[in-house]
Design a protein around this ligand. Sequence first.
Ligand code: ADE
Length: 226
Amino acid sequence: MRIDIITVLPELLESPFSHSIMKRAREKGLLQVHVHHLRQWAVNEYGQVDDYQYGGGAGMVMMCEPLANAIETLSKDRKYDEIIFMTPDGERFSQSIANQLSLKDNIIIICGHYKGIDERIREHFVTREISIGDFVLSGGELAAAIVVDAVGRLLPGVLNDETSALTDSFQDNLLAPPVYTRPADFRGWKVPEILLSGDPKKVDDWRYEQSLQRTKDRRPDLFDKH
Ligand code: ADE
């Protein structure tokens, strides 16, 4: 899978994909992440990519021309399945959206800044608008990094058995059960006996029960969907 990110702050996206699972995904050639500086498509030699908004009001708006040129230049080399705009007024990101995106081959992600991007880009180019939650970040970069991470780890071959996505929280609208490691007794706080029993069926049943209980207690909304 290839993800192209368009941003005015490429520095913010240097690190998130250079460690751990994302690093491995890239090294194995399963995930390609290309970060593009929007300024290379600026409208003048000052590197301008934003302008005052029509109708007045505080805050700049990212202009049509640089974004359109960026998208059209990238689209010359391949067909993109989705052109995503990260924005607080988009659909709420979820494991289900991550699953859907993980099936695509080529995606563009546009990171907004300032007051946002000219509405005409949203109307004529963007195919999907995603929010990572009901709060406003200073730009779309961190939100884009979250989407790339959540999608990248789902690509076949990225996770091994131990880190399998199948046992993640949310995969069946259930939260993951509690986990423990050595020692079995830490300051008198003991690991549940059943996990030491060596009986895989009992362990599986216990984990499922714990998942159900946890979801019921913490996320009744998810529990109803399950
Ligand atoms: N850009 C600013 N805030 C955002 C949010 N909550 N989700 C996605 N992109 C954003």
